[in-house]
Design a protein around this ligand. Sequence first.
Ligand code: NAP
Length: 483
Amino acid sequence: MDKLNDPSLLKCHSYINGQWHPSDTQIAVTNPATNEVIGYVSDAGISDVELAIDAAKVAFKTWSAHTAAERANLMRKWFDLLIANQQDLATILTLEQGKPLAEAKAEIAYGAAYIEWFAEEGKRIYGDTIPAPANDKRIVVIKQPVGVVASITPWNFPNAMIARKAAAALAAGCTFVGRPASQTPLSALAMAELAERAGIPSGVFNIVVDDDAKGIGQVLTQHPDIAKFTFTGSTQVGRQLIAQCASTVKKVSMELGGNAPFIVFDDADIDAAVQGAIAAKYRNAGQTCVCANRIFVHDSILEEFTHKFSKTVSKLTIGNGLHESTHIGPMISTKAVADVDNLVNASVILGAKVTLGGSVAKQGSHFYQPTVLTNVTNDMPIAKEEIFGPVSAIISFTDEDEVINMANDTEYGLAAYFYARDIGRVWRVSEALQYGMIGINEGIISNAAAPFGGVKQSGIGREGSKYGLDDYLEIKYLCIGGI
Ligand code: NAP
């Protein structure tokens, strides 16, 4: 942490109602690249979370009464500070999460872009007038903020997952109680410090850090003063949280797991497909929800694609994310490494072939070798489950219908990718894939202007874009009579 230009960005308590709240117990935050403890953060209890909800409820009265332009001005200052401190925020992120510094810097810019974008879009929350069925009546529709929003976010994007939610919530006029993953609280607390410096009023943006996801999750999903609950994480946990939200009939948004197909057709630009697959697979050591999970390649180009792809993967260097040469950082935990290794081994027993990598890396127990498996079939564990590690599973196919059926044969529906040049095929496949987002001749698809989200068991709702505001707004119908 002596690498920071501004060490005061490093906070060690929850941020509630504009104040830093110490507690008697501490959570150790470790650097997954070195296993060293990089800091301790106060472990908040249920009473702290309740304090944050109360503060957000009080702040909602004044924040929702601000004009959209007033909110936008404060959010713009927050954006400017995030960008001005990009290097420090990225360093903190890499230290607690592990991803290469260049990726961490990109995440800070990506997260901040949502704050900038929604600050502007908040000025365009338009209502409607609707022709009434009688001359003495008028129908008007207005949109209002839902109220206090609570979020739980994962460790894989410790800044951007919070930014995506808080940006839309604050722009809509809602107040926010965020609970970051216990492995990566420092990025969230640094965001809170900069929100305070930007002048975001007390109680509007609160961050509560704890080591009791289940207990705090119960409060955030069941508290009557929370109007909306938004979650990013696994489908398994998302299902439980939706059920918990039912007790108070909360509005929910869920950004859950994925099992993205990445299809390379025989008319594809193979070199472009190789580059796209590398970006869609190995970013963040394969620990993103939109990672290519199954790479389907037409059998007429299988050999060429596999050769070029494996050659490119073999050049990826493993190491500490702070080192400039690193492409693949550590995974978040040794359990995550073991889970990936088990998936690889289970699939090898069933006939998958290890073309590259295939085991824990010599850099240490948090590192897994960039791996390419061939001879994979769509019913192997590596194709059925979300890999969440730097492993590519290559499956061959012969025709379009067959590959669409295989691609859709999953409970997930987050992101899908395909490479093809035939325009008829581009439309047919885009319409047939049961996914919320499709990258066509493109491996990186997420940005603030576009609606991010999944179908099937990958989620409910959208983040980013004009559609992203809807999740934080209620529609109110006014019927004006006696005219
Ligand atoms: P996870 O186990 O579901 O954890 C995500 C968050 O939920 C963490 O903050 C975790 O806290 C918390 N949590 C865990 N159990 C909980 C419970 N019973 N009640 C309340 N909160 C609970 O997910 P993960 O394995 O860490 O993260 C990876 C998953 O997130 C993948 O499935 C990935 O696809 C998904 N993801 C989706 C998106 C998207 O936008 N669709 C984006 C990124 C990641 P602790 O960490 O403190 O345990």
